[in-house]
Design a protein around this ligand. Structure first.
Ligand SMILES: [Zn+2]
Length: 150
């Protein structure tokens, strides 16, 4: 099967999040058949919810749509390395493959910090592909934080 990247859709969600004044991170969940099941951007400010990260919102939306508590065989695309909370949610959801863009040395929990999927307590680790569309994801984040500092 030909590899189709859904990172552009995730980047669209990240841009939409920036437009709402949220940290620009976007996520997309793709079914085993290659269909987009859910897409989301950060909404922590809008929802007054510190857990409303793009990945968590996308997982909730996909599970609700499918009427199931796990997303076995599904892939998740996200523009930024997931934090430890989202990495744990990805594990609980049994996501098959995780594609992420920019690495996040400050708050990431996959290649940095808690390294959730490498932990012995982690019962399911997805296949991980990093650096997909990372330049664009990094540029979005830099632009967003530069504007806030002014
Ligand atoms: Zn997160």
């Amino acid at each position: 099967m030909e590899f189709v990247s859904y990172m552009q859709t995730a980047l669209d969600e990240a841009r939409a999040a920036a437009g709402r004044g949220e940290v620009p991170v976007g996520a997309v969940i793709v079914s085993p058949a290659g269909e987009i099941v859910a897409r989301a951007g950060n909404r922590t400010r809008e929802l007054n919810d510190p857990t409303a990260h793009a990945e968590v919102l996308a997982i909730r939306s996909a599970c609700e749509k499918l009427g199931q508590e796990r997303l076995t065989g599904h892939d998740l695309y996200v523009t930024l390395e997931p934090c430890p909370m989202c990495a744990a949610a990805i594990s609980f959801a049994r996501i098959r493959r995780l594609y992420y863009g920019a690495g996040d040395p400050k708050s990431g929990g996959v290649a940095h910090g808690a390294r959730v999927f490498a932990h012995p307590q982690c019962h399911h680790a997805p296949e991980i592909y990093d650096g997909i569309g990372s330049a664009e994801a990094e540029a979005l984040l830099k632009e967003f934080f530069a504007e806030r500092r002014d």
